[in-house]
Each structure stands twice: as structure tokens, then as C-alpha cells.
Design a protein around this ligand. Structure first.
Ligand code: HEM
Length: 129
């Protein structure tokens, strides 16, 4: 584990400790920014798909911090899958920023410069994918 991985993991722990499950916070912010996306989740009233998607995104970013190669492929594949279910490419990319901002706000004053650097570094890698 290097510093990037540690800082990202610490940020996830921080948010979990402060808010428990952050799923609702993330999707509230997403739907405020991309109101059209709410309708795509009509078949997910309990939020199971939302929770699973967020979990997958966090796992992908964590593995990206580790330098694994598969996350970039996974993002490329999901971009195409999501385009087919009605999530345009540019909207797809906004999810990463929404998660970052939600976590940073939830972390509050305990959010460190190392955590911020870890997120911006990993999101830059995701954007390259
Ligand atoms: C604004 C951006 C996004 C929207 C609106 C969105 C929307 C959705 C929707 C509606 C589903 C449920 C599909 C279904 O089962 O009917 C889903 C599933 C999923 N999404 Fe996204 N997505 C976004 C971004 C992303 C990103 C950036 C990733 C990761 C790279 C991702 C990964 C996944 C995965 C792995 C699933 C399957 C989860 C499951 O159903 O168990 N999504 N997404």
C-alpha cells in the first residue's frame, strides 16, 4: 500500500465513520445536478442498484489507486453499457465528481490535503480511461 492508496482508504473510512452508508447523499447530489437521471432508477425503489453501483465505483477507484490495469477497462465498458441505458458519456463522467464532492463535504474539517490529492489523482486517471 502506498500513500495514495492509504489516503484514499482513509477518506472512505472517514466518511463511513461520519455518515454510515453514503449512498443517499451521493444520489441526492447526482439527481440535483442531473435531474434527468432520476427516472433511470425507477426500478430500484429500495436503492439496491444505486448502492451496488456506488460500491463498484469505490472499488474501481481504490484499485486504480493501486495501479491496477483493469479499472480503466471496466470504466470503458461501463461507459458503453451506460450509454445504452440512457446515460450519455459526459453525464457518466460526472458521477466521479459527484462522489468526490459528496465525500469531501461529508469529511468536513477532517478531510486532509492528502485525501484531496488522492481523489484528484485517481479521478484524473479515471478521466484518462
Ligand atoms: C451519472 C452517471 C451514472 C448514472 C446515471 C448511472 C446509472 C445507472 C443505472 C440506472 C444502473 C442500473 C442499471 C440496471 O440494472 O437497470 C447502473 C448500474 C451500474 N452502474 Fe451506473 N451510472 C452512472 C455512472 C456509473 C459509473 C461512473 C460507473 C463505474 C465506472 C458505473 C457502474 C455501474 C455498475 C457496475 C452498475 C451495475 C450495478 C448493479 O445493478 O448491480 N455507473 N448505473
Amino acid at each position: 500500500m502506498d500513500q495514495l492508496t492509504d489516503a484514499l482508504a482513509a477518506s472512505l473510512d472517514l466518511v463511513a465513520g461520519r455518515c454510515g452508508d453514503p449512498t443517499a447523499l451521493v444520489y441526492d447530489r447526482l439527481f440535483a445536478r442531473q435531474p434527468g437521471m432520476r427516472d433511470l432508477f425507477v426500478n430500484d425503489p429500495a436503492g439496491a442498484a444505486q448502492g451496488h453501483m456506488l460500491q463498484m465505483v469505490l472499488e474501481t477507484l481504490t484499485n486504480m489507486a493501486d495501479g491496477a490495469a483493469w479499472p480503466a477497462n471496466m470504466i470503458r465498458a461501463e461507459r458503453i453499457n451506460h450509454d445504452q441505458i440512457g446515460v450519455p458519456f459526459d453525464v457518466f463522467a460526472t458521477f466521479f465528481d459527484v462522489v468526490h464532492e459528496t465525500f469531501r463535504d461529508a469529511g468536513g474539517e477532517a478531510w486532509t490535503a492528502e485525501m484531496e490529492t488522492a481523489w484528484t489523482t485517481v479521478l484524473a486517471r479515471a478521466a484518462e480511461a
